[in-house]
Design a protein around this ligand. Structure first.
Ligand code: FAD
Length: 528
């Protein structure tokens, strides 16, 4: 299929010309984009507006696992695990260019741990049933060392290997945006919602007021139904229904989301050689530690730290960095030091708050990862919580909540389970490290664009930047180096080196400032 151009002037002209949308979605993370795909495939007139860039929030900062969640199994959240395992299978089928199966190994230093966790993982296989990716296996010491060449050997008795999925979160978000657009949805990034328009007297939500961040131009749009899918910002949007100016007294704000920060450190592959990921199911403070090979580097993480402030760029705490390095040093033969970290980033989990009082402090490891959909009497629908893996099921749930509340006339059909996402192609014959692999069916077209031979980094060439500007909604250097390509998340210093060239290519494509200086400032925050 020929990709659709994402020329911003044309998108804005469309926005101004449509009198009323059926559905307006606020937030372009996994959740909002999933809703956009489902709604657009139903033939609804859909608009989605995103304050920054698609996946700028939590959806680009995950551990990159498409998984049932071994930890949630241990916590007894079996229905969540069961559902996520089925969604894992669907994603592998519907987006094979971005999702692949990966072996995970849990090293055991006590025989009892090997049995305990091994039997738990057999239960994981049972829950997966025909959606399983491969059987859990007990490994002896020698096989564990062969599979995990970077693991500490002293007192090692063996290991347990199981299977899960891995993906590129920000690119999957983009693929959802492009899938929705291919079904007629209008999507705009860099377009924050600054207020809601409501009916005088009833308070019914009639539409959104937003601002084009590039020009400061205000836009108002009307919609029959509004979905608030803003993750950890969901309460801020809800507060806008209580006031016309978007500001409300603190004691009136509902606190439905409990943000929990997770930090990742990225190090060179030499710290964790091989193709298998490491799982430590129970660290000293009761978390899960992963060391996951990803795009030629290794991700170490993560933490689970309650946060009261929701920043666009959450910062890793020194204590979180120390925790991850200390924990990694317990299991990795070559223990990384601070100076070995090539990128550090943090994300905020939008966990559901059990009651709606101001946010509570305290541990968040055991707070449920299930999602909540709330339909308000003013007609707005809010969705939060859940996991990347279950975005499709969450979207289906949102659409069914809208149907049950009779906000729109919809069928109860499952629309998206078998829908291949944009670019879907069998890439099993293509090497993992091939930079064109994530582009799927778009790869041939990119190779034809000017600059395909001009490499700015091992995974990014000039043609890819041009493609990002023309077909992937990219406007700024950050859009390209953080989310169309993942260099900022992998190696912040290398991203700083590539940035000026990316800026000049982008500027020649879009004609607007690519915000190079802003990117340089941001990227410094990803360096340790
Ligand atoms: P977000 O991605 O935050 O999207 C909300 C969007 O709303 C943002 O883009 C924001 O810019 C936008 N927005 C906010 N205010 C406005 C406004 N006024 N106007 C317009 N737009 C606005 N899940 C997995 O399945 N696998 C994993 O491995 C995994 N690992 C994780 C690791 C960490 C550290 C964290 C934090 C989460 C992890 N998750 C994982 C969970 C998963 O990442 C989240 O559940 C998911 O990304 C949430 O998506 P969302 O769309 O609800 O929120």
């Amino acid at each position: 299929m020929t990709p659709l151009l994402t020329d911003r002037a044309q998108l804005l002209a469309r926005l101004a010309n449509i009198e009323e949308f059926d559905l307006a979605i606020i937030g372009g993370g996994a959740t909002g984009l999933g809703v956009a795909v489902d709604a657009a495939m139903r033939g609804l007139k859909v608009v989605l507006v995103e304050a920054h860039d698609f996946a700028k929030g939590t959806s680009s900062r995950s551990t990159k696992l498409v998984h049932g969640g071994v930890r949630y199994l241990a916590q007894g959240h079996w229905p969540l695990v069961w559902e996520a395992l089925r969604e894992r299978q669907r994603l592998l089928k519907n987006a094979p260019h971005l999702v692949h199966a990966m072996p995970f190994v849990m090293p055991a230093y006590r025989r009892i741990d090997q049995w305990f966790y091994g039997l738990g993982l057999k239960l994981y296989d049972l829950l997966a049933g025909s959606a399983g990716l491969g059987p859990t296996q007990f490994l002896n010491r020698q096989k564990t060392l062969l599979t995990l060449p970077g693991v500490k050997v002293t007192h090692l008795v063996g290991g347990v290997q199981y299977w899960d999925g891995q993906f590129d979160d920000a690119r999957l978000a983009l693929v959802l945006a492009r899938t929705a657009a291919s079904h007629g949805a209008l999507l705009l990034n860099h377009m924050p919602v600054v207020g809601l328009s409501t009916e005088h007297g009833t308070g019914r939500v009639l539409g959104l007021n937003c601002t084009d961040q590039e020009t400061d131009t205000p836009y108002s749009l009307k919609a029959r139904c509004v979905v608030n899918a803003t993750g950890v910002w969901v309460d801020q949007i809800e507060a806008m229904t209580q006031t016309q100016v978007g500001h409300v007294a603190e004691d009136k704000v509902l606190h439905t989301v409990r943000p929990s920060q997770g930090v990742h450190l990225v190090v060179d592959a030499s710290f964790w050689p091989g193709k298998s990921a490491l799982l430590v199911p129970h660290t000293q403070d009761g978390r899960v530690l992963f060391a996951v090979p990803w795009q030629g580097k290794v991700l170490l993480g993560t933490t689970d730290t309650p946060r009261l402030v929701v920043d666009w760029e959450p910062q890793a705490l020194e204590s979180e960095i120390d925790q991850i390095l200390a924990e990694a040093a317990q299991y990795l033969v070559k223990a990384p030091q601070r100076s070995d970290v090539t990128s550090v980033w943090a994300g905020l989990r939008p966990l559901a708050q059990s009651d709606q009082r101001p946010q509570q402090q305290g541990a968040t490891q055991n707070v449920s990862r299930e999602h909540t959909v709330r339909v308000f009497s003013n007609g707005m629908v809010s969705v939060s919580g859940g996991k990347w893996t279950t975005y499709r099921a969450m979207a289906a749930d949102v659409m069914q909540s809208i149907r049950r509340a009779q906000l729109l006339s919809l069928t109860s059909d499952d629309i998206t389970s078998h829908q291949p996402l944009w670019g879907a192609q069998d890439v099993s014959a293509i090497d993992d490290s091939d930079p064109y692999r994530p582009y799927g069916t778009d790869a041939a077209q990119i190779r034809q664009l000017p600059g395909a031979e001009n490499w700015l980094s091992p995974q990014l060439n000039e043609a890819m930047v041009r493609f990002a500007a023309r077909y992937e909604y990219a406007r700024t250097v950050e859009d390209v180096l953080a989310r169309r390509n993942r260099l900022l998340f992998l190696d912040a210093a290398a991203a700083l080196v590539a940035a000026p060239q990316v800026a000049s290519i982008l500027a020649s494509e879009t004609g607007v400032s690519p915000q190079l200086a802003e990117f340089e400032l941001l990227a410094k925050g990803y360096l340790l």
